[in-house]
Design a protein around this ligand. Structure first.
Ligand SMILES: Cc1cc2nc3c(=O)[nH]c(=O)nc-3n(C[C@H](O)[C@H](O)[C@H](O)COP(=O)(O)OP(=O)(O)OC[C@H]3O[C@@H](n4cnc5c(N)ncnc54)[C@H](O)[C@@H]3O)c2cc1C
Length: 399
């Protein structure tokens, strides 16, 4: 297995790099690098620049408006986006619903919704989790009862990322409460967020941010034509979507960026002594995460290369998710430790664009506590790390 890029792949990397250099606005990359808050308008600006290049839904098949790249090209694109400080593409339409509609949607759904996702005309939210139905998603309780040519939906969704920006939501609902197995009574609905009976309430997380929400649904009428695929077969579509959610969740590119930042901090002279890197205990901890990251980078490339040769990733994606998120969390922990008390002053307004107060300590120390808290989510969402370990043990050890 050759893990080096071919000349064609290097050319592709240069094309992406050059395009990003010329088109990614500094106002956006500056916000990403400084961990400032990204507004809905920031995301929209970035999405529309990508649309002009045909790169918003890059992983879709060409016939639906995708880029038709190989797995290696997709990997290169993701790495370059992160290295350039680009905002992430909000995944719910392009990365999650799009592939489901392409595989399972009717012609009418494809014609109606895919072009709107391609042009970022809809902002989708993911309505899967409920209080009491996260890891055990199939136990979800939100009901949809048929009434003429509508479903009447009642229930509560939670952790809905950026749901306060969304005008559309894909929703898992229970349509057959008497099914033999809980998975058999679930359907997949497309819901207009402006329908009467929907209320979106903010959840403020550990880092003081409003990124996730609760969504309450009371007697919400959803046209029957908004059912994806067949009634009671939504679990199949839901699982297919989750394989896309986990793609790239290892975040090797993000870890590389963070490690470079950590090293820069550790090399700085401290007020009361030499650089932190001279402390053998700290140097040892740093070396440990770097070695883990290098091993994961290789493993990731092996998975990408195997995908290029036509092999579907199996439990490897769970291994990447577990290790990738652990490494990112370990680096954020070391960064927080490296700046010591300067990570403490936690000023929520400091993450608004235009905040001009002088930072307490080095400027790059300010976001580290916030980043540390924010990244606790990595081992929970996209299927918690414990659940991924269950998947790995089942697949590899037959347990
Ligand atoms: C920041 C963030 C954003 C999110 N965004 C969305 C979104 O947009 N849409 C959406 O639908 N959902 C979203 N989620 C929800 C996410 O998918 C769930 O949090 C996740 O599936 C875990 O479910 P839970 O929170 O109910 O925890 P639980 O399932 O209650 O788990 C609690 C703990 O028990 C462990 N555990 C549970 N079952 C097992 C088991 N069988 N074996 C071993 N350990 C187990 C878990 O690993 C975890 O540590 C988001 C979550 C977060 C944190």
């Amino acid at each position: 297995m050759d893990l080096n890029y071919t000349d064609a792949e290097k050319n592709f990397r240069d094309e992406v790099r050059n395009w990003l250099r010329e088109n990614l606005p500094e106002s956006l990359s500056n916000k990403v690098r400084k961990h400032l808050r990204l507004t809905k308008e920031d995301y929209n600006q970035w999405h529309h620049l990508l649309i002009q290049k045909g790169w918003l839904c890059w992983h879709w098949p060409v016939e639906h408006g995708g880029a038709g790249w190989s797995p290696v090209e997709k990997h290169i694109f993701e790495e370059e986006m992160i290295a350039a400080g680009a905002p992430r593409i909000v995944p719910f339409g392009p990365n999650m619903l799009g592939p489901v509609l392409i595989k399972f949607g009717s012609k009418e759904h494809q014609q109606k919704y895919l072009p709107r996702i391609l042009m970022a005309e809809d902002w989708w939210a993911q309505g899967y989790s409920e209080p009491g139905a996260g890891s055990d998603l199939a136990s979800l309780k939100t009901t949809a009862v048929r009434d003429g040519d509508h479903y009447v939906v009642n229930g509560q969704k939670t952790w809905t990322t950026l749901g306060h920006h969304a005008n559309m939501m894909f929703l898992l609902v229970r349509t057959n409460p008497d099914a033999r197995k809980p998975q058999e009574g679930i359907s997949f609905l497309l819901v207009d967020m402006s329908s009467p009976g929907i209320e979106v309430r903010p959840i403020v997380t550990l880092d003081g941010e409003h990124e996730v929400n609760e969504v309450w649904l009371t007697d919400v009428r959803v046209p029957v034509e908004n059912l994806v695929g067949n009634e009671n077969e939504g679990w199949t579509y839901a699982k297919y979507l989750l394989t896309y959610e986990r793609t790239g969740i290892a975040g090797v590119g993000y870890s590389k960026q963070m490690l470079a930042h950590l090293k820069a901090i550790a090399k700085r002279e401290q007020k009361n002594g030499g650089p932190l890197l001279d402390d053998p205990r700290f140097a040892g901890q740093l070396a440990e995460v770097e070695i883990d990251l290098m091993a994961m980078d290789m493993f990731n490339l092996r998975v990408v290369s195997a995908a290029g040769a036509g092999q579907a990733p199996g439990p490897e994606s769970s291994l990447l998710k577990i290790k990738g998120t652990m490494v990112r969390q370990a680096i954020s922990d070391l960064m927080r430790k490296a700046v010591g008390p300067y990570a403490s002053p936690f000023i929520p307004e400091a993450f608004d664009d235009g905040y001009n107060e002088a930072p307490v300590g080095p400027e790059d120390a300010m976001p580290l506590a916030k980043q540390y808290f924010n990244l606790r989510k990595l081992s929970i969402y996209g299927g918690s790390n414990e659940i991924q370990k269950n998947i790995v043990s089942k697949a590899m050890l037959g347990l």
